[in-house]
Design a protein around this ligand. Sequence first.
Ligand SMILES: *Cc1c(COP(=O)(O)O)cnc(C)c1O
Length: 416
Amino acid sequence: MPDPQFATLAEGTESAENGPEPTVAAMDAASVMTTYARQPLRLVRGEGMYVFDDAGQRYLDFTSGIAVCGLGHCHPALVAAATEQLQTLWHMSNLYLTEPQAELAHRLTQACDMDRVFFSNSGAEANEAAIKLARRYSKLRYGAHKGEILTFTHSFHGRTIATVTATAQPKYQEGFGPLPAGFRYVEELTIDAVRAAVSPKTAAIMIEPIQGEGGVRPVPQPFLRELREICDELGLLLIFDEVQTGIGRTGAWLASQRLQVKPDIVTLAKSLAGGLPIGATLAMNEVAAAFSPGAHGSTFGGNPVAARAALAVLDIVMEPGFLDNVKRRGQQLYSALCALAGKRADIADVRGMGLMWGVQLTGQTAGEVVNRCRERGLLVLTAGADTVRLLPPLIVGAGDIERAVHTLEDALNAVQ
Ligand SMILES: *Cc1c(COP(=O)(O)O)cnc(C)c1O
């Protein structure tokens, strides 16, 4: 017998008496929790550098779905890899061995110059695993008093209760207390400030090599080196959150490789599988050994479809010349943005590396500039109220960059 409640619902949606089907926008507005200030666009398709809305309008994508679609939209090699795996084995949990995950672990640890990886599904989860690993390692090695993690003003490490606490920005934390103990914020990117914050309880220092959400702020390379030194001196673990900067974004596989500072733990997510959910926490054997069987886990983490897609991403990003092209396009974008800044009073700063750029404005008008760009067929992001953020797919061409900067100029003119 059909479930009466189910039958009623099914009839209800098909019944003409209920009037026309609600629109996508109406269903979204009525039924999705209101955590996102959505752009007024309904996107239906993506191809390469472009996405298309329900009216067939084309947009040049300089967001990459927030640094996720690093190889653009529907890259044929990724579609083929994920589709093949979908038709073979979607999921079997981590109770069993699957080939895509093992192969990805092998290739990813090599690419990152690390020994071992733990797979999860998002940036926040990758950072949660890093925090848990750092604490457990430090307690095992130095004693139960260890556990505090130092993080920095303007950081962003995720939205779970621990990672939002690690995120040293009050706007993300409001109303979510009590927040977990064991995080301490450093206000300045100086080694003196770090020394003042370190205590016998400190287990690790966690930092993004370029602070993304906090305004596209590159952390000075000498400071990262000093962090490495102080961690070695005091027996602390250095955690790099490369969720946004990893997978070629800065012109190297990892930003830390370009900056030549090696962390003890590195976290990845966003573009690792080119758009499918995945997170990864990597460490050397000595640290990784703190995770014994049962210590941590994830139902979906490293599932075969995401792992297969990530292997396809690795294949492409590691092709000879790919990362050199990211550097070249990055240099082109930087030069064009500097030229734009040189002739305008409304741009205060241009910051970033590779294909990750922030254009800081003199006013709090980044949201308006994003709207004016969208109306002109270009999608860009904000990073705070005064910074427009550009994160094009790594496959971006020279002509795309020219068009985007030209459109940004038009948009800035429309805001004044
Ligand atoms: C996006 C981001 C996160 C959070 O990733 P989610 O997948 O949204 O959980 C963490 N750290 C950095 C640096 C990020 O850019």
